[in-house]
Design a protein around this ligand. Structure first.
Ligand code: MD3
Ligand code: FE
Length: 211
């Protein structure tokens, strides 16, 4: 157990961006098993941007809604476009942990409807963007990281603001609320880790209120 960190209060790295270092590190294997199970129902896939580019992170979702992108645009959809069926249920433990982190960060009425799961192979990245497809920006987004580490690029309210680099590692939890909710952010190309020859991916789960 990472006892020095367990239950520790978050660090505020920007206005409303609350960092719980290694909060779920001991649960990583359980989370990854559950993600695998979700992916048997709703496989990871490479979506297209509206401009026709392939997104380098593979994605799936669980919950009442899932984030999707294709030539028609970005949106939340209640059904997986591959199967036409609802997304897999959001596991109760995912939901509970996301709500608990939000609460400890000061967001008392968070009730996520969507969990977007991003899977990065080595070399995959995500360009600087804002998350604006949700209806209520006063609701935070909660993120969990597992697997390989990433260099997270965290900017400001405009694309030109300078970015800081934050290392996201296994078990790290962030709550993105307040001003940070609309800050530009991205992921630098994922690197292999010689110390973890059996880790080929980074996984990021984001919990969102959609409507
Ligand atoms: C800051 N995911 O799914 S997680 C995304 O690692 C996304 O897969 C990245 O950006 C990833 O949209 C970054 C951290 C994160 C997630 C959502 C945010 C940071 C955020 C929303 C607003 C501000
Ligand atoms: Fe994002």
């Amino acid at each position: 157990m990472n006892s020095a960190l367990f239950g520790a209060p978050p660090v505020e790295v920007a206005e409303g961006a609350m960092f719980f270092k290694a909060r779920l590190r001991d649960e990583a294997a359980d989370y990854l098993r559950t993600v695998e199970k979700i992916a048997t129902e709703a496989p990871f896939r490479h979506m297209l941007t509206p401009g026709g580019q392939t997104i380098s992170a593979a994605m799936t979702n669980c919950g009442d809604f899932g984030w999707v992108s294709d030539r028609k645009g970005y949106r939340y959809a209640a059904a997986d476009p591959i199967s036409g069926k609802p997304w897999p249920l959001m596991p109760e433990r995912f939901r509970r942990e996301a709500i608990k982190a939000a609460e400890e960060a000061g967001f008392t009425n968070f009730s996520p409807e969507a969990c977007l799961i991003n899977r990065y192979a080595i070399g995959a990245k995500m360009g600087l963007h804002q998350d604006r497809d949700e209806a209520d920006f006063s609701q935070p987004i909660v993120s969990f990281s597992f697997g390989l580490s990433a260099v997270f690029l965290f900017g400001g309210a405009t694309r030109r603001d300078k970015t800081q680099k934050i290392i996201l590692e296994e078990g790290d939890v962030f709550v993105w609320g307040g001003a940070a909710r609309l800050f530009f952010h991205g992921i630098a190309p994922i690197k292999a880790d010689a110390a973890r020859p059996n880790s080929n991916y980074r996984f990021n789960l984001t919990f969102r209120r959609v409507r």
